[in-house]
Ligand binder design. Structure first.
Ligand code: NAG
Ligand code: NAG
Ligand code: NAG
Length: 290
């Protein structure tokens, strides 16, 4: 008893404080179309303020205009960067992915075997596809409207552009399935040799967090951020009514049945504000980053 003196106290405190900072799993952020690590400083600050000591990594890959590069190439390069870092995270890690980055992460989690990602937080991503006229589209196709984009996108050449790889025109479903070599494959709308392996890999996540909302202004329909999408008459059918959910072809239904899908809908948030809005962070994100 007597030798438990004041002198040993600082040492004990030091141990405690280093424990508590190590308690937060590292967070990896994947940026969106036409942005890069610069745009995620605010989000990094939010995380490190509420969870001091959290290691936050934002790979500087395909930033800004390079983000239109074909997605399978991007997935390969992100994978080569992230996979070794994930392996170092002995207690697992979180993926926080914005917009197009959400689609990249979706693919990463399918192709990476035995990954250790706990929370996959998708921040307003076109997970079920995109069909809408937006400023982003105008940057790439100044003269086209959404009704005609399929002619460009659903071709071998079009598939060299990231945006075409999640372009989902509900009026040209056969062409979408035939020519889109990205989204229909990861969402199991086209079956292939790896469908079941990818499903197993994806289901290894502990939590799927789907953040989005009606005032987004870019993701169209906005419900795509939660796996809902247009049917042929442009009505939106929600996640649980989509064929890929019902057939559980990539594990979404299993995750949902397990109670591991958290949907967070927020109004009043424009597309570029999702990762800079503290109210969104504290209501939808913070709790999953432990
Ligand atoms: C898919 O599997 C079939 C049958 O096992 C095989 O013939 C084919 O080469 C495979 N395709 C790819 C892309 O691996
Ligand atoms: C959308 O669905 C509603 C309810 O099922 C229906 O009344 C409406 O006509 C549909 N809209 C279109 C454009 O088909
Ligand atoms: C921030 O998010 C809240 C919802 O959580 C929303 O009401 C508000 O309008 C947003 N502000 C901005 C600037 O996006």
């Amino acid at each position: 008893m007597a030798h438990f003196t004041v002198r040993s106290l600082p040492f004990v405190l030091l141990l405690c404080s280093s424990r508590s900072s190590e308690a937060y799993r590292p967070v990896f952020i994947v940026h969106g179309l036409f942005d890069g690590p610069k745009q995620f400083k605010t989000l990094t600050n939010f995380i490190q303020k509420v969870h001091p000591g959290t290691q936050v990594t934002i790979p500087d890959l395909y930033p800004d205009v390079l983000s239109v590069w074909p997605l399978w190439t991007q997935v390969k390069v992100f994978r080569s960067k992230l996979e070794p870092l994930l392996k170092q995270a002995e207690e697992g890690a979180h993926l926080l992915c914005f917009s197009q980055g959400g689609v990249i992460c979706r693919a990463l989690l399918s192709v990476m075997p035995s990954h250790n990602v706990h929370s996959f937080i998708s921040l307003s991503a076109p997970l079920a596809g995109q069909y809408g006229d937006t400023d982003y589209l105008k940057k790439i196709f100044p003269k086209y409207l959404k009704k005609r984009i399929y002619k460009v996108c659903y071709s071998r050449l079009g598939q060299e552009l990231s945006i075409c790889q999640y372009w989902n025109d509900p009026h040209h479903r056969n062409k979408y399935l035939k020519y889109n070599n990205f989204l229909p494959r990861i969402n199991g709308e086209i079956q292939h040799n790896y469908t079941n392996v990818w499903r197993e890999n994806f289901m290894k996540i502990k939590k799927l967090v789907l953040v989005g909302g009606p005032d987004d202004g870019v993701i169209t329909p906005w419900q795509s951020s939660q796996f809902g999408f247009y049917n042929i008459n442009e009505n939106v059918s929600t996640m649980r009514n989509r064929e890929y959910y019902r057939s559980d072809v990539f594990g979404l239904k299993t995750l949902d049945t397990r109670g591991d899908v958290s949907v967070c809908v927020q109004s009043g948030v424009g597309h570029v504000h999702w990762h800079q809005n503290y109210s969104v962070f504290s209501s939808c994100i913070q709790q999953w980053l432990t």
